[in-house]
Write a protein that binds this ligand. Structure first.
Ligand code: GDP
Ligand code: IMO
Ligand code: MG
Length: 423
């Protein structure tokens, strides 16, 4: 059996959590492959809302196993809170949640370094979620990091102390001073480690490859989105991991020839939280309507998300980099009521009209050409079947399919598990 991937094609928050939850019934294993508590994946079912940060979005299903892969970075403090939220719902994570020994740990001082780095950047800040993601991946590639498997060694505390000491020295290099109480942070960290130890630590690449051999079905869950990818995103305004399909191979230890379907998920418009260029961003009433109707506030930080029209130039780029085989369009319901909708179909760049994503997409380098569509007025949120979808929405969908040459298999019409239309 091959492993399917589900990835965000924009700047994150496309609705990955919702769709992983919807698809989990078809899979034996759900595996997260990158990112960490910078992610916020929202699931709504039975009238309740759940937000997951590090834990895979299959956790609420009775039978599926959930794996936190080697490419993920784990903050034991946040992880403990996530587990405690599951305790409230009697979710048996000790048997259903497995953690890769090779996943790296976010130390309290990684968070401090993140804060110092961002503050010292001033106006040029990335707009990080400040969860310590950048510094932890830097320690990973710098070959200094601490991994989950280290917790099984007798000297893990020594390793922790040596790395913390180094971080404290590094904090002095910044021209801003961050206030902290190390004793409190460490006490919290140790409690987090104790909770983490309730889970099974595994060699996840072995586990997943055996599962593939034994014909188990696996869905890999991405975090963030392709435009936040460390290589292919809008660098430096990106996260510190490969959010694209290749990240699933390195983040789980699964070979490229074992990848099956690649589900690419996108909003019917575009949002971005944090700094960085966003060619189709709106600063008018239309943008405000998207933000208001779409409740566009970050699931992790609560920050307002910037909103704009769908960008087909960027979407095609993401589809290409990921090898997307099926698309899923989210939040179509949010666009109900607009008389006219726009989709960015080309950019003007260095005196030429182009349809690929260029190196520089800042406002001084690109302007956007749009194709207009008639909007739809109907409320989609009660619709359950594709035949109910309005004609103008189907035209919007058909245009995207024609341009991207990839079928849109799911149209999501609300945040609830049930508000999902198969095509
Ligand atoms: P993720 O990070 O990709 O999992 O997405 P988030 O959970 O951060 O953000 C998506 C937001 O949109 C959440 O609040 C979801 O509950 C909500 N949502 C998902 N799909 C839909 C949809 O089709 N319509 C509406 N109105 N909301 C949706
Ligand atoms: P999910 O998985 C949206 C953004 C941050 C910032 C940049 C770097 O919920 O889609 P970091 O904390 O990684 O140093 O932040 O990336 N960012 C996200 N934006 N959704 C996310 O995750 C994000 N994770 C990080 O806002 O601009
Ligand atoms: Mg999110």
């Amino acid at each position: 059996m091959k492993i399917d991937l589900l990835l965000g094609l924009q700047w994150g928050d496309e609705g990955k959590g919702k769709i992983v939850d919807v698809l989990t019934k078809n899979y034996d294993i759900i595996a997260r492959f990158q990112g960490g508590p910078n992610a916020g994946h929202t699931l709504i079912f039975d009238g309740k809302k759940h937000v997951l940060h590090t834990i895979p979005s299959g956790i609420f299903h009775k039978t599926a196993m959930n794996v936190v892969g080697n490419g993920v970075v784990i903050d034991p403090v946040i992880f403990k809170k996530e587990l405690e939220n599951l305790d409230v719902h009697n979710i048996d994570y000790t048997s259903k949640l497995l953690i890769s020994r090779k996943a790296h740990l976010i130390l309290p001082t990684h968070r401090l370094l993140d804060a110092a780095s961002e503050t010292s950047k001033g106006k040029a800040k990335i707009g990080s979620t400040l969860k310590g993601i950048g510094p932890t991946y830097m320690d990973k590639t710098g070959r200094n990091g601490m991994r989950v498997g280290d917790l099984e060694l007798d000297n893990w505390k020594e390793k922790y102390e040596a790395l913390t000491k180094k971080h404290i020295k590094m904090l002095h290099f910044f021209d801003v001073q961050i206030e902290y109480n190390l004793e409190e942070l460490e006490a919290e960290f140790c409690k987090g480690i104790d909770k983490l130890r309730q889970l099974q630590f595994i060699d996840s690449e072995e586990y997943l490859n055996n599962a593939i051999k034994n014909n188990k079905t696996i869905l890999a869950e991405g975090a963030q989105g392709s435009l936040l990818d460390i290589d292919f995103g809008t660098y430096p305004f990106v996260t510190s991991s490969n959010t694209t399909a290749a990240g699933a191979c390195t983040g789980l230890g699964v070979a490229p020839n074992k990848i099956g379907d690649v589900f690419g998920i996108f909003k019917a418009y575009t949002t971005r939280v944090g700094s960085g260029p966003f060619p189709t961003e709106l600063f008018d009433k239309d943008g405000e309507t998207m933000a208001k109707v779409g409740h566009e506030f970050g699931a992790t930080t609560g920050r307002a998300r910037r909103c704009g029209w769908l960008d087909l130039v960027a979407l095609k780029y993401a589809i290409q980099v990921n090898g997307v085989t099926q698309l899923m369009m989210m939040k179509g319901d949010v666009l109900s009521g607009f008389d006219t909708l726009k989709i960015a179909t080309s950019y003007n760049y260095k005196g030429k009209e182009i349809t690929h994503l260029p190196y520089n997409i800042e406002p001084e380098n690109v302007s956007v050409n749009y194709t207009e569509f008639k909007g739809w007025q109907a409320d989609l949120t009660k619709m359950t079947h594709k035949d109910q979808l309005p004609k103008n929405l189907l035209e919007y969908v058909a245009f995207i399919e024609k341009e991207t040459e990839v079928p849109i298999k799911i149209v999501s019409v609300g945040p609830d598990r049930l508000q999902t239309i198969d095509r």
